[in-house]
Design a protein. Sequence first.
Length: 124
Amino acid sequence: MDEIKVKIGGKEHKVKVEETPEGKLRIHHEGEVFELEPGQSSIPSEMLKRSGSGESVVVAPLPGIVHSVEVKKGEDVKKGQLLMTLVAMKMENDVVSPRDGKVKSIEVKKGQTVNRGDVLIEIE
């Protein structure tokens, strides 16, 4: 099991990540376990991290390259709306909004390489 650091709302968190025999990614954080299916095309709402101020942080579910960013800072978004697309292993993976809100910040840009757990977008 690998341990990685994730920065959320200025606070650093340690998460443990492992691959299951079925090829799923299992993520351990603060006593909770999240699983991602092989080839999963969007971040599940459980991957949403909340800070104490009502903000939400969307993190990368896997390493990849930012293929497109579909929203702008200050834009209102709806739950399930496409935020960006990541390319990993020649597959496009949609990153969707886990809730209604407004884009507070976009932490990545097109063409940028991201690691699993990197903060992509903050929603308020």
